[in-house]
Design a protein. Sequence first.
Length: 187
Amino acid sequence: MNSVLQNFFQNNLDRNIAVWFLSFRSDLGIKIFNFISFFGNWQILFPLTLIILFILYFRKKKEFIVPFLSAVVSAEAVTFFAKIFFQRGRPLLAVFHETDFSFPSGHATIAVAFYGYLTYTIIKSVKEKYKWPLIILAVIIIGLIGFSRLYLGVHYLSDVLAGYLVGLAALVMVINFIKITPLKLKK
């Protein structure tokens, strides 16, 4: 990464927040947030995606399948190429070693795209009284996944915020596309 971009991203705020999280880290906290972070790993999201696609297909909710895959794949693609472009190293204070670049956070990206679209799909078919509790639950899950990456020291705050923005952009794009051009699939 060139020095101007590196200085922009690796500012004092990012470093100070990383050190602040380090000061509160405990063995119990590491176990808890490592568990939470797992819900943003491909090892859990890939099988969950297959299960969700299976459920959507057999519940005759096929119109949600392509947008769901579009949200997840587009968010991951942007994150993949952004990591290559920016080549930002991981924080040195990490609990465990990650092998890819740091910016943007893939966990934060996929949390918004995956859990956000899953929530959107569910609230389209539940009673009104359940919609806000589901949205709040999704926001909590997404927030905890991002927080876990900071707590574990594997990302800077700007990584997580950028990941949230990438995931949100993919989510908004797909939802707006659905509203503009609803997919009609033959049964």
